[in-house]
Design a protein around this ligand. Structure first.
Ligand code: ADP
Ligand code: ADP
Length: 230
């Protein structure tokens, strides 16, 4: 069951850098697909084309069968969550207000929002009574990253894009966060595309790993580790 399909996708930036060329890729519903490879080979560009932060210059990308370029960008981003390294939490908003950002934009009422915020903070391992009213500067790097994940999941998007999501977390915290995230993802059934340059992370997290080399995928691997641990 394919949710996202890249067909012969190309991205050439205005300065004539060809970041992605001839890319064909299928992402199945509910899977966690890792894009791994050295820096500069086109992983982030591939990811950012899915929510139209970057527009392809060739080929097309289908989400649930529909060309994303003929989908309204705002509607698209409601269905496609995005988490990046260092998260970009709003510094003057509390943890709860950060998580409530998209529900707020969608006009959810207070009661529904509050319940959802509590549910999500609990899901990512941050007790709401302790963390709701804190500000981002009162959190550790790992805690901030958890808030970023909770915020991205607030309206239960079918697709989540993650670009080096655990990169800023210390090595010890990172392993725990990775394991917990994998549990959350299986539980929710969210389809995830995750970019990393860390091969251990790729093998630990991925249902499938797409190995990038300059401009595209050179190999796709069904990863045994995740299967073994289930
Ligand atoms: P990765 O995520 O694998 O590190 P990127 O997708 O970020 O790679 O970059 C792929 C290539 O495209 C690199 O050569 C990079 O310098 C280039 N690139 C990325 N973004 C832009 C941009 N906005 N303008 C021009 N070139 C870019
Ligand atoms: P405001 O006063 O701007 O409405 P609040 O800080 O009271 O902001 O809340 C912002 C959002 O976060 C609200 O939608 C609220 O439901 C949610 N929220 C606030 N505090 C909590 C909390 N302790 N637990 C769960 N959700 C909360």
């Amino acid at each position: 069951d394919v949710l996202i399909r890249f067909e012969d996708v190309r991205k050439e930036f205005r300065n004539q850098t060809v970041a992605v060329d001839d890319l064909d890729l299928e992402v199945r519903k509910g899977e966690l697909l890792v894009l791994v490879g050295p820096s500069g080979c086109g992983k982030s560009t591939t990811l950012r084309m899915v929510n139209r932060l970057v527009e392809p210059t060739g080929g097309r990308i289908l989400l649930d069968g529909a060309d994303i370029m003929s989908t309204d960008a705002v509607a698209l981003r409601r269905r496609v969550g995005y988490v990046i390294q260092n998260v970009g939490l709003f510094p003057h908003k509390t943890v709860a207000q950060n998580v409530a950002t998209v529900p707020g934009l969608l006009g959810w009422d207070r009661k529904r929002t509050r319940a959802r915020v509590e549910e999500l903070l609990t899901l990512v391992g941050l007790a709401p009574e302790t963390y709701s009213k804190r500000f981002p500067h009162e959190l550790s790097g790992g805690e901030r990253q958890r808030v970023g994940v909770a915020r991205a999941l607030a309206v239960d998007p079918p697709v989540l894009l993650m670009d080096e999501p655990f990169g800023a977390v210390d090595p010890e915290g990172r392993r725990r966060l990775q394991t917990e995230f994998r549990r959350i993802q299986s539980e929710l059934g969210t389809t995830v595309m995750l970019v990393t340059h860390d091969i251990d992370e790729a093998v630990l997290l991925g249902d499938r790993v797409a190995v990038f080399s300059k401009g595209g995928i050179i190999e796709q691997i069904d990863t045994p580790l995740r299967l073994l641990s289930q």
